[in-house]
Design a protein around this ligand. Sequence first.
Ligand code: GAR
Length: 217
Amino acid sequence: MNKGRCRAAILISGSGTNLQAFIDRAARGNLDVDLSLVISNRPDAYGLERASHAGIETACVEHGGFTDRESFDRALAARLDEHRPDLIILAGFMRILSPWFVDHYEGRILNIHPALLPAYPGLDTHQRVLEAGDHWHGSTVHFVTEQLDGGPRVLQGRLPVNSEESAAELARRVQAVEHQIYPEAAGWFAGGRLRYRDGCAWLDGDRLDEPIVMDFD
Ligand code: GAR
């Protein structure tokens, strides 16, 4: 890691409410991470506007212009590496990353996924939780490996499911949880408390065989 504060780049594809949570924490002086760059793969991602308003440099690398996944990822990495990021924060970045990209930033990519992994990897998690009649749902911060939504889990925010609610309402509640847990976990990394080693997540020197769980209403 570079000397000094942790330099982070955030990758987005859409609205960027998680990005906003990082911006808001930074504005309150409550984030040990320097948000140096936001990149979207979609030019119309609202998160780019959020970043610009906050004075963060933005870029767009459109995936449509590349013939294969790794070519796109190499172009993305070229932009990222200009900023020498210590940490890559995936915040609603809806692209599967190539093995090359994951290896290039090994142990330095965090993702947030809207489910209590290993349950419900992939898409439409809220609808699937409601259809299954689950009592608990939430979100997981994890290190990114080649396995989709399968890297070592760090922190989960858990909340009870209300069987009467719609998938949209449940999604809104889960996102509110994400806005709490993602800056928290990134802060652990920035402070040197959280690391990836030997394929595992380590917090304060202890291997996390299970993620830390925070309960919400
Ligand atoms: C978040 O809920 C995040 O968990 C999810 O996309 C949303 C982005 O929202 N990510 C994934 O589904 C990745 N598999 P945001 O743009 O408002 O932060």
